[in-house]
Ligand binder design. Structure first.
Ligand SMILES: [Zn+2]
Length: 283
């Protein structure tokens, strides 16, 4: 039986060549040389969500929104929440406050002009907000955001702040921060929020971890993934490290089936709905 708790389904709308794992070998000025798959993959996701009657939050990269305005309008038209994933997929932790502000503002303005409504949510690329750049929350508050989902309380080579709060909380800047879920297993903080980990474990294990989280923590769960994860046909990027390639291409052919199981086994909604985020936006 489906658990009655409403959990948040989220998608980071970017293409396979935008990911941080490939940033050393694919620079933003080369993005235009790659075959774009995000439009078709995201439309496929819309069909899957419609089939399961699930509404999701889509954290859209500004670069994608500029090139595929019809896609963004369609996502919104189907009742999903549009949020920002910044413009150029640069980690917040590698930008100055001014650069970060400019990147977020560019994507926010573009999406708001496109949709004719204000955005509430933001997610930093690679969960790159932590103790070293808490000023980013001040920027998000100044720009009128209500929530962020930009932190991951785990130890990982590419992201994470191990001792960060594990559950959604309101920050002094006024932003609600929604960290990616983790579970303490044998004294270790295990990432269970999605991405590569979801493709690594068999689905039965992933389901067990989500159930355990809901029971033990009494908090809503949130899941994240990317449109390229349901696309086993995507071109293979040459020159990346074995580790990066292993993580990126692992079990792509199983993702769609597992996603459908996840959509069936739990109850899903948007970030805004799950966390009751309703802020008065500054203009
Ligand atoms: Zn991303």
């Amino acid at each position: 039986m489906k658990s009655s708790v409403l959990n948040a389904m989220t998608v980071d709308v970017e293409d396979f060549f935008h990911v941080s794992a490939f940033e050393e070998i694919i620079k933003p000025e080369q993005w235009q040389d790659y075959q774009v798959r995000v439009d078709r993959n995201t439309r496929r996701l819309l069909d899957i969500f419609a089939k399961h009657d699930v509404k999701s939050t889509f954290f859209v990269l500004g670069w994608v929104a500029e090139r595929y305005p019809d896609l963004i309008k369609e996502i919104s038209k189907q009742g999903h929440e549009i949020a920002s994933h910044g413009y150029a997929h640069r980690r917040a932790s590698e930008q100055t406050r001014e650069e970060f502000t400019a990147d977020v503002l560019r994507s926010k303005n573009h999406l708001e002009d496109l949709l004719g409504e204000k955005l509430t949510g933001y997610r930093a690329p690679s969960f790159s907000i932590g103790y070293t750049n808490e000023w980013a929350f001040e920027v998000l508050a100044e720009l009128g955001f209500g929530y962020s989902s930009s932190t991951y309380p785990v130890k990982h080579d590419l992201y994470g702040t191990p001792d960060w709060p594990r559950f959604a909380y309101k920050r002094p800047e006024g932003i609600v921060e929604i960290p990616i879920p983790t579970l303490k297993i044998l004294g270790k903080q295990v990432p269970i929020g999605g991405g590569g980990y979801f493709r690594l474990y068999p689905y039965s294990v992933a389901r067990k971890l989500v159930k355990q989280y809901l029971k033990k923590e009494q908090q809503p769960y949130s899941f994240y993934f990317h449109p390229w994860e349901i696309d086993p046909e995507q071109p293979h990027v040459q020159g990346a490290s074995f580790k990066s390639r292993f993580r990126h291409y692992l079990n792509l052919d199983k993702m769609e089936g597992r996603l459908e199981s996840l959509l069936t086994d739990f109850k899903w909604g948007t970030m805004k709905d799950v966390y009751n985020i309703d802020v008065v936006q500054k203009s």
